[in-house]
Design a protein around this ligand. Structure first.
Ligand SMILES: [Zn+2]
Length: 200
């Protein structure tokens, strides 16, 4: 099920901004790093109202690890629904340490199956198998399948990247950037070099 195929490897962070005093300041870096989609349910900005429906999520909750609240390595990009469901739950498998494809599989009818204990944890905490999530995946899959056969331009919009790719060259994290080379690999830099894939 193409729109809901989880990554087959643990996510490797491209960016390493340091020292912001607000977690919101990490948002453009996270959008780029996690390719403008929710790391947990794979919903894309383009299927919602752009990045307004998405949030900076603390992998280990602030209450559990206050010193990591502003550390980039503890932040991921998540949709509002997943962020809310997760709330203060601890122990969620880190998508940068675990390949989610080993944990979760989505079928064309929208149902989701946990493939291992980590998958069970993700499904249980994020309620990925509730009626709303299941129906969202089923309908999204139907719409994208229709677009693929009937309207390539709409299909490219649904499966492509948003227009407002963040310009990370202009960002100056107060504590520097542990992976400055990542900026050259940002989606905006790749678009400038005409390397952007139409479907992503
Ligand atoms: Zn989500």
């Amino acid at each position: 099920m193409e729109p809901f195929v989880y990554p087959d490897a643990a996510h490797e962070r491209r960016h390493g901004p340091i020292g912001y005093s607000q977690h919101e300041s990490y948002r453009p870096w996270l959008r780029d790093d996690f390719t403008f989609r929710c790391v947990y349910c794979l919903a894309r900005e383009r299927w919602h109202k752009g990045h307004y429906g998405f949030q900076v999520d603390h992998l280990i909750p602030k209450a559990e690890a206050p010193t990591r609240a502003l550390k980039y390595g503890n932040l991921v990009y998540a949709c509002e629904a997943c962020n809310k469901m997760k709330s203060d739950a601890d122990g969620i498998p880190d998508p940068c340490a675990v390949a989610y494809r080993d944990c979760l599989k989505v079928h064309e009818n929208g149902s989701i199956v946990a493939l291992n204990a980590e998958g069970q944890m993700l499904v249980a905490v994020l309620r990925l198998d509730n009626a709303e999530n299941t129906e969202f995946r089923r309908l999204t899959f139907e719409v994208i399948s229709l677009a693929r056969t009937r309207d390539p331009a709409i299909y490219a919009q649904l499966m492509g990247l948003p227009e407002d790719l963040p310009d990370l060259t202009r960002k100056r994290p107060p504590g520097g950037n542990s992976r400055p080379e990542g900026i050259e690999e940002s989606w905006r830099a790749r678009r400038a070099r005409k390397e952007l894939p139409e479907i992503c």
